[in-house]
Design a binder for this molecule. Structure first.
Ligand code: PLP
Ligand code: TYF
Length: 400
């Protein structure tokens, strides 16, 4: 019977790492998956994470099941990090927060909620977006369509296109936006543009749906990276926010994140939370405890919280410094008048190089630089020592 099963295609991002492992060239460089590496290109476990884990061992905490909605101390900490402890939405208890299986699992809970309670409503996603968004909504049976976002001519934001597509969508659609550090482009709206986006969403009675996978990791400041979400919440709008601790605490494989639904009253929030729990129950019953305790301990212990902010700022700083170094290398080698300043304008872990599919393939086949075919490179996988080599590869591929 299993004979009938066909081979599934590899994940376009995670598949890049497999190809990288098979390459034996000494200059090979993996800029595919978005995972932070040290200057020696090694995976990094944050010191605060080790300290929190030691605390947990000392306390001899048990491994009993969590409630379906997750660890209470985590849910409180994660909502406060996102909205601010003094925020109106939290003081009025208008937020339903449920621990999820990292960003992906939290997005999936929200997708099922949309499918059940807003049948036929569309989710608008940016063109392009993180590849897994489409898979998540497809598998949850939620229709989606794209709004314009990336402008290849400027390697910047197509703001007018974005606004007119959001305006043209049926009233009551969900508008998925990246809270900060847009994946894959690294291009974010300015604060003024966020205000206009909020105006249009309000006018059209759409529901904003934030994907926040890089809070604190983009600018180095937790508050600054949450400012887009807070701008919408302060307007009194209902909204959804999926959070992930994969990048900012380096907890990739612990699968820790949350879904937050900001509702019109605390009573509505309680009902929404009860339905989120009902969705989680037959999928995985209850979430894992380890990552939740790490986050709760780091955020809840003032010394650790401060140390986390420093470590996060240093990760963000390392990425910014290789971004600058790459730009300097490219501009010192480039013989034409091509403007590469977009590299400096982008933020977060990624840079969208503007290389097309054939040029991206040249990067891999000729230069052993592994990256996704959309022209995205993960700067978190780059070291200062490799910037020169990468600049040669990019210029060669660009003029190819
Ligand atoms: N959303 C975006 C935009 C991402 O880039 C990622 C990956 O980091 C995620 C969500 C979710 O990742 P995870 O499921 O590891 O939290
Ligand atoms: O975009 C990235 O590289 C990260 C990591 O199926 C990732 O978001 C990539 C693919 C995937 C899950 C996570």
């Amino acid at each position: 019977k299993f004979n009938e099963v066909t081979m599934a295609p590899p994940d376009p991002i995670l598949g890049v790492s497999e190809a990288f492992r098979a390459d034996t060239h000494e200059m090979k460089l993996n800029l595919g998956v978005g995972a932070y590496r040290t200057e020696d290109l090694q995976p990094y476990v944050l010191d605060v994470v080790k300290k929190a884990e030691n605390l947990m061992l000392e306390r001899g905490e048990n491994k009993e099941y969590l409630p379906i909605e997750g660890l209470a101390a985590f849910n409180k900490a994660t909502a406060e990090l996102l909205f601010g402890a003094e925020s109106t939405v939290l003081q009025q208890q208008r937020v339903a927060t449920v621990q999820g299986l990292s960003g992906t699992g939290s997005l999936r809970l929200a997708a099922v909620l949309i499918e059940r309670y807003f049948p036929g409503a569309k989710v608008l996603i940016s063109a392009p977006t993180w590849g897994n968004h489409k898979n998540i909504f497809n598998d949850a049976g939620v229709p989606w369509s794209e709004y314009r976002y990336y402008d290849p001519k400027t390697v910047g934001l197509d703001f007018d296109g974005m606004i007119s597509d959001i305006k043209a969508a049926p009233a009551g659609s969900f508008v998925l936006v990246h809270g900060c550090a847009h994946n894959p482009t690294g291009i974010d709206p300015t604060p003024e543009q966020w205000e206009v986006i909020a105006d249009v969403i309000q006018e059209k009675k759409h529901i904003p749906f934030f994907d926040v996978a890089y809070q604190g990791f983009a600018s180095g400041s937790l508050d600054e990276d949450a400012s887009s979400v807070r701008l919408f919440a302060d307007r009194g709008m209902e909204l959804l926010v999926a959070q992930s601790y994969s990048k900012n605490l380096g907890l990739y494989s612990e699968r820790i994140g949350a879904i937050n639904v900001v509702c019109s009253s605390s009573e509505v929030a309680q009902r929404v939370k009860s339905q989120l729990k009902r969705i989680a129950r037959p999928m995985y019953s209850n979430p894992p405890i380890h990552g939740a305790r790490i986050v709760a301990n780091v955020v809840g212990t003032p010394d650790l919280f401060n140390e986390w902010k420093e470590e996060m700022a240093s990760m963000a700083g390392r990425i910014k410094s290789v971004r600058k170094k790459l730009y300097d290398s490219i501009t010192s080698k480039e013989k034409t008048s091509k403007d590469w300043s977009f590299i400096l304008k982008q933020i977060g872990m990624f840079s969208f190089t503007g290389l097309n599919k054939a040029q991206s393939e040249n990067m891999t086949s000729k230069w052993h630089v592994y990256m996704t075919k959309d022209g995205r490179i993960s700067l978190a996988g780059l070291s200062a020592a490799k910037c020169d080599y990468l600049a040669d590869a990019i210029i060669d591929s660009y003029h190819n």
